[in-house]
Design a protein around this ligand. Structure first.
Ligand code: IMP
Ligand code: MG
Length: 181
């Protein structure tokens, strides 16, 4: 047993389940965006692993870009005040954009990112998220492609962190209570 695995109390979705679900999302996107050369925007850092797997399940031409945002305020509660830490590089004017997010909790980050990207006058903006916590939304969010819906539990792995750790767990898990103390 290695250091990070021993901190996990349970596995919510294992590698195979994640892989199979992402292939379904990839197939939907390939069909919906045929001939559109979409730009996938990876929201750093949590979406890195999801994006890497997602784009390899898509079999049409596409481009990738990335953006990093940080949410101010209490670390456990989203404040809705978002700061851009890394901007996009590609000109999105009249492009078809797919925002790739790790997880939607309050929905405030996604709302901000969507409004920000809309200012670049893209042809369309859709949202693809690995995880959604529907009971935690504080604002209405339109999610076009969703990997899995979960409850309000705090999850780690497959790119998602707790204090910048556990992103490299290959599965999605829940940490033992004692880790948070
Ligand atoms: P929102 O603005 O509240 O929707 O914030 C979403 C962001 O909060 C995500 O991009 C994650 O960085 C973080 N987050 C929310 N829930 C979790 C979780 O269960 N595990 C890890 N990060 C989370
Ligand atoms: Mg995030």
């Amino acid at each position: 047993m290695t250091k990070i695995h021993k901190d996990v109390s349970s596995i919510l979705f294992d590698e195979q389940v994640i892989h199979d679900r992402i292939q379904v999302l990839g197939d939907m996107i390939s069909k919906d965006y045929e001939g559109k050369n979409p730009v996938f925007i990876c929201i750093l850092k949590g979406s890195i692993i999801f994006l890497a797997d997602l784009i390899r399940s898509v079999d049409i031409p596409l481009e990738i870009d990335s953006m990093a945002v940080s949410s101010y305020g209490n670390s456990h509660v989203s404040s809705g005040v978002v700061k851009i830490k890394k901007d996009i590089d590609i000109d999105l004017f009249e492009r078809h954009v797919i925002i790739v997010e790790d997880i939607v909790d309050s929905g405030l980050s996604l709302q901000y990112i969507k409004e920000y990207l809309a200012k670049h006058e893209p042809a369309s903006v859709k949202v693809c998220v690995f995880l959604d916590k529907p009971n935690a939304h504080k604002v209405p969010v339109q999610i076009d492609y969703c990997g899995f819906q979960i409850g309000n539990e705090f999850v780690v792995g497959y790119g998602l962190d707790y204090g910048e750790n556990y992103r490299n767990l290959p599965y999605l898990g829940i940490l033992k209570e004692e880790v948070y103390q």
